[in-house]
Design a protein around this ligand. Structure first.
Ligand code: PEP
Length: 252
């Protein structure tokens, strides 16, 4: 049985004071109980990882894991501005998002770069959250499944059976930060297609890999999305900034 996983992606948001309030509010909200059989994580910007790790410890939030929004494809050297997987392990990260559509769009990252980053993350004992998804044009021209399964196939080529230790996040680009959530059935159909593509490589890997949905997840649509058989949780951007909304999604 795959656990339900909710991961918050703060993107380029937060401040020392705001992070403190967020952790305090989540700690307070979880006092009444933590849903069992689920996993939760939050991915702040790099400079706040150490502060958030400390706050999670201070508030005894053992159920809340720490994640990063990216990692370098390299282990060390002349790569100004990059952060390596070994540094993220030292800071207590468990999950690392790779290949997010904003990285693809704004930083021209291709699937192979995402796969190289995922390898670094795996080599340092963390779980990569590999993002895939189609644009509005690709969906409107009937190519959504081919595009997404093509992205998955590139990960399979590089990662092979190490994919069993990864998470995949299906994030339709047209749904990210737009308020246009994919219907639960549209998301389920794509999650099924991804799992079938993985099964062509290895049925065991396909049945074990968690596939999260991302794209305008909110408390009011999370219940229906998470009830779908191939949706194993959510990668949540905007709504994760509000502790009450994040809590409601974790409890959905
Ligand atoms: C994301 O950043 O991965 C994301 C899904 O954002 P949002 O929830 O804001 O659409």
């Amino acid at each position: 049985m795959r656990p339900l996983i909710v991961i918050g992606n703060w993107k380029l948001n937060g401040s020392l004071a705001r992070n403190q309030d967020w952790v305090k509010a989540v700690a307070h909200g979880m006092e009444s109980g933590i849903p069992s059989g689920r996993k939760f994580a939050v991915c702040p910007p790099f400079p706040y990882l150490q502060q958030c790790a400390q706050l999670i410890k201070e508030h005894s939030l053992a159920f809340l894991n720490l994640g990063a929004q990216d990692a370098s494809a390299h282990s060390s050297g002349a790569y100004t501005g990059e952060v390596s997987a070994s540094m993220l392990t030292e800071l207590g990260c468990t999950y690392v998002i790779v290949g997010h559509s904003e990285r693809r769009l704004l930083h021209h990252e291709i699937d192979e770069v995402g796969a190289a980053k995922a390898l670094q993350v795996l080599d340092h004992g963390m779980t990569p959250v590999i993002c895939v998804g189609e644009t509005a044009d690709e969906r409107n021209s009937g190519r959504a499944e081919a595009i997404v399964c093509g992205q998955v196939a590139k990960q399979v080529n590089v990662l092979q059976d190490r994919l069993a230790d990864c998470l995949i996040a299906y994030e339709p680009v047209w749904a990210i930060g737009t308020g246009k959530v994919a219907s639960a059935q549209v998301a389920q159909d794509m999650h099924r297609a991804i799992r079938l593509r993985l099964a062509e490589f290895d049925e065991d890997v396909a049945s074990h890999v968690g596939i999260l949905y991302g794209g305008s997840v909110k408390p009011d649509n999370a219940i229906e999305l998470f009830a779908m058989p191939d949706i194993d949780g959510g990668l949540v951007g905007g709504a994760s900034l509000n502790p009450q909304e994040f809590l409601a999604i974790c409890q959905a």
